[in-house]
Design a protein around this ligand. Structure first.
Ligand SMILES: [Zn+2]
Length: 137
């Protein structure tokens, strides 16, 4: 896709995002797609912000946000050590999430962010994705 931010900025953001490491949640969501016969998704689709999944035809990008790394309002508890460090780190992650969402939206993509914890209610997640896909155009 066309560069929507400068190359330098893009590579900085990408480097930061690479460290998120949420393979287990990605695999879980892929399983939910299969169970619910949700098709048309791609993993590792080359798109700004590295969404966990993309539905290119529907221009829908799906991110699974880890409860800890992305500061889930229900589950995030600041570690007792280095509180300042963690506070700033999570805040940076959240700012980056917002930037990625805005950037994709301005490039004509829709963005769906799913909390890691909501993968436990897989039927609900499947429903959300399906309704986004059918609300197309
Ligand atoms: Zn959570």
């Amino acid at each position: 896709m066309a560069d929507v931010v400068s190359k330098k900025k893009r590579s900085q953001i990408m480097a930061a995002i690479k460290s998120k490491g949420n393979k287990a949640t990605e695999i879980k969501l892929a399983g939910i797609f299969r169970q619910n016969i949700i098709v048309g998704w791609r993993r590792n689709f080359d798109l700004f912000g590295n969404p966990d999944f993309a539905f290119p035809k529907h221009r829908l990008a799906v991110f699974v946000d880890g409860c800890f790394w992305h500061g889930c309002p229900k589950h995030f508890r600041k570690p007792s050590d280095n509180r300042k460090y963690w506070h700033e780190k999570i805040l940076r992650n959240q700012k980056r999430d917002q930037l990625v969402t805005k950037t994709l939206q301005s490039a004509g993509w829709r963005v769906l962010r799913i909390w890691e914890h909501s993968l436990r209610t897989s039927a609900l997640v499947a429903q959300r994705i399906k309704s986004r896909l059918s609300a197309d155009g």
